[in-house]
Design a protein around this ligand. Sequence first.
Ligand code: ADP
Length: 592
Amino acid sequence: MKTREVFGFNLEMTKHLMKASPKYIIVNSIDSVVGTASTVLQILFYQKLIDLVIYSEPSIAKIAVSFLLYYLLCSAAKAFNHWVTLVFNEKEKRRIYLYYKKMIYTESVKKKIEKYSSETYRNMLHNAVYHNGDYLYSFAVQLLGLMSSVISFLSVLYLFQRLHFIFVFAAVISAVKNCVCSSRVNKLKYEMHQVNMMIERCNTYIYNLFYFKKYIRELRFYPIGNYFISQYARLKELWWQKNKKMTIRRGCEDLICKAADLLIYASNVVVLMLLLVRGEITVGEFSMVLTNFVLLSSYIERIIMFFPAVWDGAKYMKDISDVIHSENYCLKEVKNETAADDSQGACIKCENLCFSYDGKNNVLNNVTAVLPLTKKIAVVGENGSGKTTFVKLLLGLYTPTAGTIEYCCPDRHIKNNMELFSVMLQDYRIFALSVADNILPFPDENGKKRINDAICFCGLEEKVRTLPQGADTILTGEFLEEGICLSGGEQQKTAIARAHAKNRPVLILDEPSGRLDPLSERRLIEKINHLSADKSVILVTHNLTYTKNADLVLYFENGAIAECGSPQQLISCKGRYEKMLSEQMKRMEAEA
Ligand code: ADP
């Protein structure tokens, strides 16, 4: 990774940290200074005490008073440190985590849907979302650790170099050795992390299968649980195959490091004994070096390690930064002026639209159409002919691989496609919120009226009346035990109500009646037909009997518009539409 990049990521994280909790930096800096003062006091106190006892004849009272003073000061410093680490930092950690989650969740919602097809992006997102702000927090810990280590190092260095510079030299050697060891460990850890990211993500998928009710039900009736358990075993085996060598290498390197530690300690003892025998140091100083050598070395180590740690951290932060900075979806501009040669009024113009999900096979081929936005439009065709994909392109969820979509709404003051559409797609989701919030989240007074209208529109009013808290009843048991479950059809009605309550000029409904009973289905279609004239409806359906009242029908086949016109025109052409319609009429007559 380039130095500039590392610097950039760290600067970015520092900015986030300063926004998340500036107090965290200030209080921990004070704690570092207090901690260093307490360490120096401790070192000097024991050294002087040993020398005092061995070389002078101190009074018990003098020793007791010094002990008391030492004890009070150190306890106060410890108490402050405890408050900082146990109370203050925990509180601020929550704030930092929350800030992080908010940032990453907000950003992830903005990304282009196409990104989710890329495994690299999904790995990155998994890394950024699942790691609960650890990186941001550990970056803060490292930054403060560096500052505290520098202050402590300078103070302890002064005490050591007074005796003999050789100890400082030995401490540097020990620290460098530790740094080499731990940077190798970190490198290995990162390699393992990279190797395991895909395994981790697949594991989460399997975990979800056995955690979520929706999957458990399916697994009970459709015996694929064992298959996924065997997949889990395969992933574990894969993990071991990929990590075996690295784990053994890690163990061997650890052993070498421990042997080097022992050698440095023994050399120190030999030098100290020589100096003591020659009378160059006191017993107190002998003890001071022996007990605090590791401390000095650890300060040096922390200072040196800050840089590789920042480097390693940057690799993880790259995922976060990449998610934040990867391409967002773009709102599509809506033209409000009428062009001089434009006689079509409010409309969506599609020209030569092509689209491919995988970059290889086109799902839509050269789709050209003008959709007038004062009309009821039906999009029909066989399964897989590209109807939903077409609608998703209109919504701006995907970007066409070729061709253009133009949105024209003269005199409507609509800025972008978000303001133009309300939509119910086939793969809608019901959230762990109240019925009302599922329809229109956190509404004002006017919003409540819109919710009630929407409930009537989709035919859910009877059901809502029977719910314990009416529209305020919570759905799903994720957060509340008493959360209730709606039937499949009722969930679909809720999704339709959500689209209706949004109240935008164009209502898009993708197979809205798939899960409705025939009566509800008929009532819904009637309501759609009687929607006010200034509202356009784009209805995607395979039930052609409901398209007879449409102003315009687009018949899709193999990703292209095969027929286009009013239902009457298409019937008189005796083409595909007419064939499918008469097929459905025959079936209905046979069923009647
Ligand atoms: P329809 O709505 O007419 O039933 P779709 O537009 O949903 O058809 O799908 C058209 C084709 O695109 C199908 O063959 C389907 O396999 C493919 N397709 C749909 N969604 C995706 C997706 N998210 N990723 C890859 N291929 C998709």
